[in-house]
Design a protein around this ligand. Structure first.
Ligand SMILES: [Zn+2]
Length: 348
């Protein structure tokens, strides 16, 4: 089969489509023919290595060679022994959450707190390929009304955004919500979830083009290129500041995100793509009763809840581009240049 195998860290010229043996499913596994796979930060980091030597991986660097691709939708091709309920030809999406299934956290439904928590496409081979082997427990049937591209665009980012906004920060109708990095995968998911929850959504983006796209999604856009101290603009719009913020960027935005929170405001953090050591005065947190919640990815319950809303099209993933898998270099280029608004999906 054709697959993008990352064998070394480097630039986009290290990416190439290789011919490798098609994997075979073992007991409790299934072989899925990949019909769509979406790009995430993890795919970029696995190729580039840590930017500037910074440790961006929460759980250590992926071991190479690796086939990345944690966001996959496709068709069941073959089922290993001991897998009930699914058959060849079924349309499915892959749940990228891997955990032991037996510890206290797993039994409580908090798989992302499992000591053995891992992510498909980061710790085991993912779906940047024509076929992928997945644990049978990690596939979910998708309805005919949802395309493979839409389904593949959802798992990682919608689960993360749902976890941060709804499960953890408990966003309520009528509240003001600030989304930092609103043009990215988590950001565009968060805009939709915020709107669905009945919040007023303030979307921080860079540039007039992305601001127009955020506005079209129903958000109040704030352009970071003209409002670098964006908390000032947030206060002009909201008065006291927002009730909830979600920040997947980190050091580059943290001080302003925290200043955007009203007293008692809640901030969900789920990434550090813009650096992991913010320069902040902690009095700005405790003196104003502000709360910060760590929310990396999410649980199986978060995944199932949010995918159910994607399946009924209450939430519709924003696709920036759908490209053939052979154009993997162009996909990485767009992502690294931050040209995208929404997800970049590859089709083998
Ligand atoms: Zn566990």
């Amino acid at each position: 089969m054709k697959a993008v195998v990352i064998r070394e860290h480097g630039g986009i010229d290290t990416l190439r489509l290789e011919d490798i043996p098609t994997p075979r499913p073992g007991g409790g596994q299934m072989l899925v023919r990949v019909r769509a796979v979406a790009l995430n930060n993890l795919d970029i980091w696995a190729r580039s290595g840590p930017p500037g030597g910074r440790p961006v991986y929460p759980w250590g660097r992926p071991r190479l060679p690796l086939i990345t691709g944690g966001d996959v939708a496709g068709v069941v091709e073959a089922v290993g022994s001991g897998v009930p309920g699914l058959a060849a030809g079924d349309r499915v999406v892959v749940n990228p959450i891997l955990s032991c299934g037996q510890c206290a956290s797993c039994l409580a439904g908090e798989q992302s707190m499992c000591p053995d928590y891992r992510i498909y496409g980061e710790h085991i081979p993912g779906g940047m390929a024509e076929y992928t082997v997945v644990p049978a427990a990690n596939v979910l049937r998708i309805p005919e009304s949802v395309s493979f591209e839409q389904a593949a665009a959802a798992p990682v980012c919608f689960t993360t955004a749902w976890r941060g906004l709804m499960t953890v920060a408990r966003l309520a109708a009528g509240e003001d919500l600030l989304i930092v990095g609103a043009s990215g995968g988590v950001g565009t998911a968060a805009v939709q979830i915020g709107r669905l929850a009945g919040a007023r959504v303030l979307a921080l983006v860079r540039g007039a083009g992305k601001a127009a796209k955020a506005t079209a999604l129903g958000a109040v856009a704030i352009d970071r290129s003209t409002s670098p101290q964006f908390s000032v603009r947030v206060r002009e719009i909201t008065g006291a500041g927002v009730h909830v913020a979600i920040d997947p960027v980190g050091a580059a935005t943290w001080p302003e995100t925290i200043r955007s929170l009203r007293p008692g405001g809640r901030m969900a953090i789920c990434g550090a793509s813009g650096g992991e050591r913010p320069d902040i005065d902690i009095r700005e947190i405790y003196q104003r009763h502000r709360k910060i919640f760590g929310a990396p990815m999410g649980s199986v319950g978060d995944f199932l809840t949010v995918m159910g809303l994607v399946f009924t099209r209450a939430l519709v993933p924003v696709l920036h581009a759908v490209l053939p898998l052979a154009e993997i270099r162009e996909a990485h280029r767009i992502f690294e240049a931050r040209e995208h608004f929404g997800k970049i999906v590859l089709v083998p």
